[in-house]
Design a binder for this molecule. Structure first.
Ligand code: F3S
Ligand code: F3S
Length: 113
């Protein structure tokens, strides 16, 4: 099992989670507006969960209904890479970004264009 970053991270990308991860398995997706967790490196310590201001992080087996595809996205970011990764998940990412636009934690950097 591993922990998974889900849709509320999109457009926020607070990065507080990165600081507390003891194995540095939370990865910035370059120009994408969110982070992912490398499921093969995550040791399930859970330290990242309470750091996230938008409650984006869940254990893989308790990801809420409707967000299951984010488990695939976290894993496939590393296996598909770009451009396969963004193409496959672009609709889902854009929908999450639009949904989070009004979040008090939204980062203007990701909404500049
Ligand atoms: Fe790191 Fe969170 Fe896993 S802190 S080890 S990504 S549970
Ligand atoms: Fe995203 Fe929350 Fe980390 S917004 S970058 S999962 S602290």
């Amino acid at each position: 099992m591993a922990y998974v970053i889900t849709e509320t991270c999109v457009g926020v990308k607070d990065a507080s989670c990165v600081v507390v991860c003891p194995v540095e398995c939370i990865i910035s997706t370059g120009t994408e507006p969110f982070m992912i967790i490398d499921p093969d490196e995550c040791i399930d310590c859970g330290a990242c969960v309470t750091e996230c201001p938008v409650n984006a992080i869940y254990p893989e087996d308790t990801v809420p209904p409707g967000l299951e595809t984010w488990t695939d996205l976290n894993r496939e970011y590393l296996t598909l890479g770009s451009p396969g990764f963004p193409a496959k998940y672009q609709t889902m990412i854009e929908a999450a970004k639009a949904k989070n636009r009004t979040s008090p934690h939204a980062n203007a950097t990701w909404y500049a264009s």
